[in-house]
Design a protein around this ligand. Structure first.
Ligand SMILES: C[S@@+](CC[C@H](N)C(=O)[O-])C[C@H]1O[C@@H](n2cnc3c(N)ncnc32)[C@H](O)[C@@H]1O
Length: 270
């Protein structure tokens, strides 16, 4: 693993206990039951009952366990040892038979056998990966013939915008690279996306990927894109001016203009 991925992995390890105790993830309620997946994720994944499902970059397992609660035979994978051990604990506490594998996403074929009916990933995943081409090949590798890949993710255009100054009313504007160069962007800030007030100094290394990079990575790996949609909503509060809607998604308020905030894509392995 390169030095940036290693630093990111340590960052995620440090975030896991914060996230497990956060209102954002509300683990206490999840232990009692329910599904953490939102409407866009459920639509993209389709009916998973009775299917084998691989969840890439599963964090500490809430969504993986949700798929298992929906009847899938679910496997989650993540490169953070703290996330995987917490995921296994949560599966045990909830009595849900989900399986978890610790691996960097592009190394997963060395750590996991089998083919899956569904490969799923969502919300805060591609920006952690230096290059999407090997990611696309890993997805194709794990999909059974006729299998379905589903992703719901922050839109690459949204990731190029920021509002990182002290003016809460400031409209987000383009501030970061949209097109990939292979070089990471490094951000240092207090807290995490799930707990802005957490007592942690976070330094993350992320890689921009254009929308074309996402599509090309999947097409070049031999997948066929079945559906693609862009949305004016996001699963997390990326900009301070955002407002929450009735479904729990975050939106830009009226009057600040419109950009795509997230996208959903479904592809299949012929
Ligand atoms: C924002 S979470 C996405 C999961 C899900 N949306 C959630 O909120 O629970 C991103 C996850 O990607 C994992 N991750 C980041 N880079 C990775 C890599 N190169 N290989 C495998 N996992 C990685 C992190 O450990 C983290 O758990």
């Amino acid at each position: 693993m390169n030095e940036y991925l290693e630093a990111n992995r340590k960052l995620w390890d440090s975030w896991v206990p914060i996230h497990v105790g956060s209102e954002f993830y509300d683990v206490e309620a999840f232990r009692r039951g329910g599904i953490s997946l939102d409407r866009l994720e459920l639509e993209a994944a389709g009916d998973v009952a009775g299917k084998s499902l691989l969840h890439l970059q599963c964090h500490f397992g809430k969504d993986t366990i949700s798929f298992a609660r929906l009847g899938a035979s679910a496997t989650g994978a993540d490169f953070s040892p703290a996330a995987i051990s917490q995921a296994r604990r949560l599966a045990g506490e909830t009595g849900v038979p989900a399986r978890f594998v610790e691996s960097e996403v592009t190394a997963l074929p060395d750590h996991l056998d089998g083919r899956f009916d569904v490969v799923f990933t969502s919300n805060g995943v591609i920006g952690w990966l230096p290059d999407l081409r090997p990611w696309g090949r890993v997805i194709a590798h794990f999909l059974a013939s006729g299998g379905r890949f589903a992703i719901v993710e922050g839109h690459p255009v949204m990731f190029a915008f920021d509002d990182d100054d002290d003016d809460v009313n400031r409209t987000p504007r383009p501030q970061h690279r949209y097109f990939a160069t292979g070089e990471p962007l490094t951000f240092a800030y207090r807290g995490t996306y799930a707990d802005f007030d957490a007592d942690v100094d976070s330094v993350e290394h992320g890689w921009p990927h254009s929308m074309a990079d996402v599509l090309s990575a999947l097409l070049d790996a031999g997948l066929r894109i079945e559906s693609f949609a862009e949305h004016p909503v996001l699963a997390w509060k990326a900009f301070r001016c955002m407002e929450r809607d009735d479904e729990g998604f975050w939106r830009l308020p009226p009057g600040v203009g419109e950009i795509p905030l997230s996208f959903s894509l479904v592809a299949c392995k012929p």
